[in-house]
Design a protein around this ligand. Structure first.
Ligand code: SF4
Length: 298
């Protein structure tokens, strides 16, 4: 059922975060203050608005109509309201109407998006599902732009990507617990991006119980230092190999030094691999190998 958010005194849950961790929603509902959001979030939001307008203008130039931008939509349930502001509604030349949702992402986020789309971004799935319910539109046009490359993943959503019922059931439970000052019992998951970025993760994380054990503290420091070195080593290796192997490939193509050269005791060799069935089908190709001949003599 739709209503206006200003006419109700029920607690409001935002559609854009309705698919977030229910424990986080509970704490937000109880007014708990988490850690301050990082400054890059504001910058990312500003960038997002800029890209959104640009994408809409490109659509208009391609004969789409875009309207109802930032229109408030509300779904009312017995104990709460779900409120959202849509990016807009768009209409093609054949007068088909779609909910329009535009996202823009950093390279890192876009790579995550392309790996699993709504499965990796369940909050986006919940958001667009609620927007479709709130606008009563059965189709959506979804645009995800990579801010680094400009590439756009655009598609038509033929049906809501997640279950409206399960979103509503979860928030009903969050609200019920909140009325008695409780939140859902969920554990911090170090492999989850949502947990790592969560404003409440310092509360959720397991208590640090080994503060006094010097050897563990030293090992943690060493691990962190080694990881930092690993990043440095890998980036230096990648740079050196791209130059060494690039030279080999360039000269192989010219035919002047087809398969090998030496520099500062390093042997850089190229060889052709044939297609072969190993535990997988290894495709035919051209490989390069760098060997330190001085190290071999040590
Ligand atoms: S740290 Fe993880 S489990 Fe805890 S509230 Fe945040 S998202 Fe939920």
């Amino acid at each position: 059922m739709t209503t206006s958010s200003s006419k109700s005194t029920k607690p409001v849950y935002r559609m854009s975060s309705a698919g977030a961790c229910p424990k986080k929603l509970g704490w937000q509902r109880l007014g708990k203050i988490g850690t301050e959001a990082p400054a890059w979030l504001d910058t990312a939001a500003e960038e997002g608005n800029w890209h959104e307008q640009r994408i809409k203008n490109e659509m208009r130039a391609a004969d789409w109509q875009v309207y109802d931008e930032q229109r408030e939509i509300v779904l009312e349930y017995p104990t709460f309201l779900l409120v959202g502001h849509i990016d807009g509604i768009c209409e093609d030349r054949e007068s088909n109407h779609y909910l329009l949702e535009v996202k823009s992402m950093s390279q890192f986020e876009f790579d995550r998006w392309m790996k699993g789309k709504f499965e990796v971004f369940p909050a986006y799935a919940a958001q667009v599902t609620l927007y479709m319910a709130g606008t009563e539109l059965d189709k959506g046009r979804y645009v995800v732009k990579n801010r680094s490359s400009g590439y756009k993943d655009e598609f038509i959503i033929e049906e809501p990507p997640t279950s409206l019922e399960s979103i509503v059931n979860t928030i009903t439970e969050v609200e019920k617990l909140a009325l008695s000052g409780q939140v859902m019992d969920m554990e911090y998951d170090p492999s989850s991006v949502e947990c790592r970025r969560c404003e409440f993760n310092n509360v959720c994380m397991p208590a640090e119980v080994v503060r006094e054990e010097r050897d563990l503290i030293d090992a943690a420091r060493l691990w962190r230092e080694a990881k930092a070195l690993e990043v440095e080593v890998n980036s230096k290796l990648a740079l050196a190999e791209s130059v060494l192997k690039g030279h080999l490939r360039a000269h192989s193509e010219e035919g002047t030094k087809p398969y090998r050269y030496m520099v500062s005791g390093l042997s850089v060799a190229g060889y052709v691999t044939k297609e072969k069935e190993v535990s997988y089908l290894r495709k035919a190709g051209y490989q390069c190998r760098v060997t330190d001949t001085e190290k071999e003599r040590e």
